[in-house]
Design a protein around this ligand. Structure first.
Ligand SMILES: Cc1cc2nc3c(=O)[nH]c(=O)nc-3n(C[C@H](O)[C@H](O)[C@H](O)COP(=O)(O)OP(=O)(O)OC[C@H]3O[C@@H](n4cnc5c(N)ncnc54)[C@H](O)[C@@H]3O)c2cc1C
Length: 434
């Protein structure tokens, strides 16, 4: 009997850590054979790869007090863009210098002729992009990129999630960026931090001391009437209180007698899944860009980065590495098989001049079912139905996939912590809460 936390990612670990600080015990149940969730990593022939890019740019004091306990490297957030054989500094919209004059002129002309729409009148992300950047830029950069990264058409997305994530340049900035490449780097974060050793997951190490994390513990059923959880191995655990960081569509599948309306709403929540193509090289200098975006639709990856630039500790001495992200919708894999995707990506990278065939000594492809949640036009109503139901049944749902929000790792940690504080508060108003 006690407090059970579902999922051993940063949200679950953050919840258990906060409870422990208040001398309250808990058990974390994690389906994988190691904790960390999306922040976990894997090693192939001595090369360490995180799952997806992962750099920290948190400004949160609580989070940084924990993350700064781990020796870290600070990187400048310098990224690039690859577009039809040309490299542009980031953000592309105000670094157009490498483009030919014809394209620069089209971008400038359409930027000047943008519609001046009030934000409240913008109906979808495609319209938002056209209003921000003008038609030509929107159609050649963010609209095709949206299809690669978000796996939907820009018109199928709403816009509240954008916030400060997309840089909005002035006409002067765009004009300047057409005339010179001596433009300032503009990114929404000032610096990117990464642990010296052990991959991104090392940032979490200070939290796990003394926690009861049970790996290889896949939850298969939740019974609210009996307060019971059944694991894949048949073991049954009884809980007083439950904090869950499981993706909403997953937890809903596990609950006995869940109302049809809630189950249906959970199944309508849209999300991206991702292939990780991980490559290791026998040279130290492949991948001289911390990360870059690819706009061309005939090249599968949307984003590529260099684990060995994040930290040398991620590759054996004298070697370097790259990892590419390829997205697909809701776990529905691409029509090609994994090997074809891996080979096609490698061949395109060789054509792009990133490396030579003989440099490559490690190649790996694997998938993550839950990457980004998608802000389509129905997200808010469906999310509310599911979250209200969980709340009525006293399940505290936390983390990126438990709150179903666009959370960076620091926000997922804070979400887990808030879940623990909620549990403590409830326990004070109701003795049986823990
Ligand atoms: C492409 C990409 C890039 C990102 N880049 C950054 C970045 O640069 N910086 C940054 O700060 N953040 C970044 N993030 C966000 C960050 O990864 C998340 O905010 C964070 O990892 C989410 O943590 P979580 O604990 O909420 O979820 P998760 O890490 O997904 O944890 C949920 C856990 O539940 C477990 N689980 C699922 N089902 C079951 C079950 N039935 N039984 C038991 N356990 C189960 C899973 O195995 C998992 O371990 C990125 C995310 C993505 C997808």
């Amino acid at each position: 009997m006690g407090n059970i936390i579902l999922g051993g990612g940063i949200a679950g670990v953050g919840a258990a850590y906060e409870l422990k600080k208040h001398n309250i015990g808990s058990i974390i149940l994690e389906k994988n054979d190691s904790w960390g969730g999306l922040l976990d990593n894997f090693i192939v022939d001595g090369f360490r790869f995180d799952k997806f890019i992962h750099l920290s740019f948190s400004n949160d004091k609580y989070v940084n007090n924990i993350f700064f306990e781990t020796p870290l490297i600070k990187h400048k957030p310098l990224s690039s863009n690859y577009y039809k054989g040309t490299w542009l500094k980031h953000p592309a919209q105000n670094n157009l210098y490498p483009l030919n004059k014809e394209e620069q002129d089209k971008i400038l002309q359409d930027f000047r002729q943008r519609k001046d729409l009030d934000a409240s009148k913008i109906k979808n992300y495609e319209e938002w992009l056209r209003v921000q950047y003008g038609d030509y830029f929107a159609e050649n950069f963010p609209i095709p990129y949206t299809e690669k990264y978000w796996t939907l058409k820009a018109s199928e997305l709403e816009t509240k999630w954008v916030g400060e994530r997309m840089y909005k340049p002035t006409l002067e900035e765009i004009e300047k960026g057409c005339q010179t490449d001596l433009t300032p780097n503009t990114y929404y974060a000032k610096e990117m931090r990464y642990p010296k050793k052990g991959g991104y997951k090392s940032f979490l190490e200070p939290m796990i001391k003394g926690l009861d994390i049970r790996t290889n513990s896949k939850v298969c059923n939740i019974n609210f009437l009996k307060n019971e959880i059944t694991l894949k191995n048949g073991e049954i655990l009884v809980f007083d209180n439950l904090i869950s960081s499981l993706p909403l569509p997953e937890i809903c599948k596990l609950i006995n007698d869940i109302p049809e309306k809630v189950l249906k709403a959970s199944q309508k929540l849209n999300f991206t899944s991702g292939y990780l193509v991980s490559l290791g090289f026998n040279k130290p200098d492949i991948g001289n860009k911390l990360w870059f975006y690819i706009y061309d639709k005939d090249i599968l990856p949307a984003r590529v980065y260099s684990p060995s630039l994040k930290s040398k500790d991620n590759a054996p001495e004298g070697c370097s590495s790259l990892q590419a992200e390829i997205y697909f919708n809701r776990g529905e894999k691409l029509k090609m098989n994994d090997l074809e995707i891996l080979d096609q990506t490698i061949q395109r990278f060789i054509k792009m001049g990133l490396f030579k065939e003989e440099d490559l000594i490690v190649k790996d492809i694997r998938c993550e079912k839950y990457a980004n949640i998608i802000f389509d036009h129905h997200i808010y109503e469906n999310r509310k139905i599911v979250l209200d139901y969980l709340k009525e049944n006293k399940i505290i749902s936390v983390g990126r996939f438990g709150e179903w929000d666009y959370f960076w790792s620091d926000q997922s940690l804070i979400s887990g912590r808030n879940g623990a504080l909620q549990l403590i508060k409830l326990s004070k108003s109701n003795d049986s809460y823990y």
